[in-house]
Write a protein that binds this ligand. Structure first.
Ligand SMILES: *[C@@H]1O[C@H](CO)[C@@H](O)[C@H](O)[C@H]1NC(C)=O
Length: 287
């Protein structure tokens, strides 16, 4: 009797572990972060696609620095709060950023548990209880360089490195996207959308906080710690393919690179292609 009891109990434990592992091998949670000036609504089409593909945990995060004069830390904290809710509940996570949103997710994952980006990466420090980060997907990432994070004193003021349409209202601390009469947001962000839809999304833009945009990054996740995918939009007028390539070609950068026939806000112009990439990089880990 004693023996039977022990056997059934170990079987119980075994089944429990099996169930937990099963739940975790399911679809990961997807945490999506828009760019400067943008609301999380720009992820609506992608969220719809992912829901159809049986993804259950889908968060598009509102950046506090859009419409509010706050520092970048507020953006990072907003992402971390959603991220750790999933990790602590044992759910694996993919983070998807667009433009400045990639800067935010890059800082938010600093120190977070992850799957090794390649099979030869060290696994010894990993603990298998909570969830882990599978990958980061940068859609037209407007990101800190390795150089400026390693040597913050070398980082240029954003006035000198931002796209020409950034409009600095220095007296108020606000930045808007309407600074170039020859490249209105309809073209800078949404050049592949029908005119009416481009107007609609342009009307939803808000200011971004200068302090958030001009802050210096403190962590680079794409030199080996995490699996990071850079998605280049071949028709992007904001982070042009040439500019994206300069991020990709940095010495020490280890991106997986994808190309889409997309403009700057691929979630609106190519939602199916974006969600297909999320599906692709949901599986690509060495668990
Ligand atoms: C923007 O950031 C740079 C350093 O990266 C700093 O030197 C400059 O003072 C900042 N600009 C403002 C107006 O705070």
């Amino acid at each position: 009797m004693q023996l039977t009891f022990l056997i059934s109990c170990s079987l119980c434990a075994f089944l429990n572990v099996g169930l937990a592992a099963d739940a975790r091998s399911n679809k990961p949670a997807v945490v999506m972060v828009p760019g400067a000036f943008h609301s999380p609504q720009v992820f609506g089409k992608v969220t719809h696609q992912l829901a159809q593909a049986d993804y259950e945990f889908l968060n598009a995060v509102a950046l506090p620095s859009v419409g509010h004069l706050v520092e970048r830390q507020a953006d990072i904290d907003a992402v971390k709060s959603v991220l750790y809710e999933h990790l602590n509940a044992g759910r694996d996570v993919i983070l998807v950023g667009n433009s400045y949103g990639c800067t935010v997710i890059g800082d938010a994952v600093n120190g977070a548990p992850r799957y090794p980006p390649s099979s030869d990466a060290p696994t010894a420090t990993e603990i298998g209880i909570g969830g882990r980060i599978i990958s980061l997907i940068y859609l037209a990432g407007y990101i800190p360089t390795i150089q400026e994070v390693e040597h913050p004193e070398s980082k240029p003021d954003i006035h000198s490195v931002s796209p020409a349409f950034f409009n600095y209202h220095d007296d108020t601390g606000k930045v808007t996207a309407d600074g170039d009469p020859t490249l209105r947001p309809q073209k800078a962000f949404y050049n592949l959308l029908p005119a009416k839809e481009a107007d609609y999304w342009t009307g939803k833009l808000d200011f971004s906080s200068f302090d958030a945009l001009n802050a210096t990054g403190t962590y680079i996740p794409y030199t080996g710690d995490f699996k990071v995918v850079y998605v280049v939009g071949s028709q992007d007028k904001s982070v042009t393919p040439k500019w994206a390539q300069a991020f990709i070609d940095q010495p020490g950068a280890k991106f997986a690179v994808e190309h889409l026939d997309a403009d700057h806000v691929a979630m609106l112009s190519k939602p199916k292609e974006v969600s297909d990439l999320i599906l692709k990089y949901s599986k690509n880990h060495n668990a």
